[in-house]
Design a protein around this ligand. Structure first.
Ligand SMILES: Nc1nc2c(c(=O)[nH]1)N[C@H]1C(S)=C(S)[C@@H](COP(=O)(O)O)O[C@H]1N2
Ligand SMILES: [Mo]
Length: 326
């Protein structure tokens, strides 16, 4: 099958919209950022197969028709990039709230008679060189219990079949987990009792656990927010955007100032769009300033830092037209 897969281009592919393009509650595919470490894989739907093996009673191979014949679920949830794994403290603000449809991973694991694992390896059809290392595949590993509970083998985004950029014909999606885990162009699921050694599992995409400092794979989303709109509102500035994280967002503060946000006020928060792992709207009116910023906090007690972290407060320059209505 792999011979039918073409990669284009060979370098890392990156694209992202301006935050101001993300005002809709759910993100259209045209407005969704794209990341492919080796470029974009083109996998013909009729030659696509998913192999399920490892610690299972009945190893199996499914084609697209067989996968689509299984029960489907629709879930709306945030897809967010962790950022460049070689530069992990730099905010990239690549995110969208996507309507996903596909087969629960649990259904396929059940067909295969999967053991408890406890680790599931997920492998993509794409191959190439990243950071000087040649890889025969993109590989991630995930905890079986979480994937069983909420993982989806997605074949639709935003009501249409996946595009090549986003993983056609099938990708993995785990709500609440960073984008890196959501393997596109999915080729194999392997149930295992250990983590695989690979550039994208045990080398890159590791981070220090707060408190202990122990390195752990990048999985749960940080608490985050994005300012998508700023407009004049009487004597003030109306600031709106989205907030999300792996734990429920419980508050968002918006600030304004001459050089960095201050004079923080609590924003009004809407319910999450689409459920537990969707983003939620916030809005507040603040004093005029040349910059505005937002910072969210969550039920786990985390708060976005002001600076110096990948999820640092999102600060945007105010359009001078708004700062000076005259
Ligand atoms: N097979 C494969 N899956 C992948 C990647 C990749 O390079 N290859 N990149 C990951 C990363 S880092 C992110 S952020 C998301 C991006 O998904 P999108 O391009 O659909 O927005 O895909 C993830 N899945
Ligand atoms: Mo990413």
């Amino acid at each position: 099958m792999a011979s039918a897969v073409r990669m284009s281009p060979s370098a890392t592919t990156k694209w992202q919209p301006a935050p101001a393009a993300l005002t809709a509650p759910t993100t259209a595919v045209e407005d969704l950022y794209v990341i492919g470490h080796f470029g974009i894989a083109h996998v013909p739907a009729d030659s696509w197969r998913l192999r399920v093996g490892g610690l299972v009673d009945r190893p199996l191979e499914l084609d697209l028709a067989q996968l689509r014949a299984l029960p489907s679920v629709t879930v709306t949830a945030v897809l967010e990039c962790y950022g460049n794994p070689l530069d992990p403290d730099v905010p990239t603000r690549r995110a969208g709230n996507v309507v996903w449809r596909g087969t629960p991973v649990a259904a396929v694991l059940e067909l295969a008679g999967a053991s408890d694992g406890p680790i599931l390896w997920a492998e993509g059809y794409d191959a190439g060189v990243f950071d000087g290392t040649r890889c025969g595949e993109y590989l991630k590993d995930l905890p079986m219990d979480v994937v069983r509970e909420r993982g989806v083998l997605a074949y639709e985004m935003d009501g249409a079949p996946l595009t090549a950029e986003h993983g056609h014909p099938v990708r993995l999606f785990v709500p609440g987990y960073f984008g890196t885990n959501n393997v596109k162009w999915l080729r194999a699921l392997t149930v295992a009792d250990r983590r695989p050694e690979h550039l994208f599992t045990t080398t890159l995409y590791q981070r220090a656990t707060p408190g202990t400092g122990a390195l752990a794979p990048v999985r749960d989303l940080d608490v985050a927010s994005l300012v998508t709109a700023v407009r004049l509102d009487g004597d003030g500035l109306h600031v709106a955007g989205w907030a999300w994280g792996s734990s429920a967002v419980v508050g968002v503060e918006v600030g304004s100032g001459p050089d960095e946000p201050r004079d923080w006020v609590d924003a009004a928060l809407d319910t999450p769009v689409g459920g537990e792992h969707g983003w939620r709207a916030f809005a507040a009116t603040v004093r005029p300033g040349t910059v505005v910023g937002a910072r969210a906090r969550d039920a786990a007690g985390r708060r976005q830092p002001l600076r110096g972290a990948r999820n640092a407060c999102h600060v945007v320059a105010v359009d001078p037209e708004f700062a000076d209505p005259g």
